[in-house]
Design a protein around this ligand. Structure first.
Ligand SMILES: C[S@@+](CC[C@H](N)C(=O)[O-])C[C@H]1O[C@@H](n2cnc3c(N)ncnc32)[C@H](O)[C@@H]1O
Length: 226
């Protein structure tokens, strides 16, 4: 059997694809990632909840959502354990889906365990920054302009280079280093929009740079132009 990793979009349950909804409805087991051990709090689950009739199908797998080295044996052990749980259900002939926020190809923790799972297919979802562009009503890139997707957990040199090179930037995980982002935006006077908790509780959208000087929510993406 094959595990299907499904992107559930950034927040609004109406932004799941028809295929995603069908596969969730047909699944025997619905795996969702949780940030804390024994927790049942999952944003991906909240988004897909309207399509889950039987909550007993949901399995909560703990994923440490922290920066780590690929050779961290403790972390790899958790990933292997998670993969084993999934492989057992697949081996028993069950239809298993894994729900992930946004799109599975964008900074998705599932990627770390994919190698340990026998067969995986993916269903794309709407990435947070695509919903952001729709919300603002502006293209991410146009004509000959370049677009880079970066994240603020990256090293400072890489982030600075991206700002020098690219016309448009999607900046993810803003809360990891709002101070540096503020500096780079102010330095070149670049227009930027900050979008927090899109489609979720406490949604907020602003172009005020002062936003970066306060407490920035984890679910914040910035769209920066030249
Ligand atoms: C681990 S990454 C997951 C990205 C996701 N796979 C995607 O396609 O958007 C988490 C980051 O995505 C962005 N993000 C995800 N959902 C969001 C939302 N609803 N509102 C604002 N930003 C969001 C934030 O930058 C957050 O720090």
């Amino acid at each position: 059997m094959t595990l299907t990793c499904i992107g559930v979009g950034p927040g609004d349950p109406e932004l799941l694809t028809i295929k995603a909804v069908r596969l969730i409805e047909e699944a025997d087991v619905i795996v969702v990632p949780v940030k804390k051990q024994a927790s049942t709090e999952s944003t991906a689950l909240k988004i897909a909840q309207p399509y889950i009739k039987d909550m007993s199908k949901v399995k909560y797998l703990y994923f440490p959502m922290v920066a780590f080295q690929k050779d961290d044996e403790q972390i790899q052990q958790i990933f292997r354990h998670n993969a084993q749980m999934i492989n057992e259900d697949l081996g028993a002939g069950k239809k298993v889906v894994y729900l992930t926020l946004g799109d599975p190809s964008v900074y998705c923790t599932f990627t770390y365990i994919a190698d340990y799972i026998d067969h995986v297919t993916y269903v794309p979802g709407i990435a947070s920054f695509l919903q952001g562009a729709a919300h603002i009503g502006q293209p991410l890139c146009l004509g000959k302009e370049s677009l880079a997707i970066i994240n603020m957990t990256d090293d400072e040199r890489t982030i600075r280079q991206a700002f020098q090179l690219h016309d448009n930037l999607v900046v993810m995980k803003v809360s990891a280093n709002p101070k540096l982002l503020h500096e780079l935006i102010v330095q070149d006077n670049r227009p930027a929009t900050f979008l927090s908790n899109m489609g979720l509780e406490n949604e907020m959208v602003t172009s005020d740079r002062g936003f970066l000087e306060g407490k920035v929510p984890y679910f914040t993406v910035a769209q920066v132009k030249r």
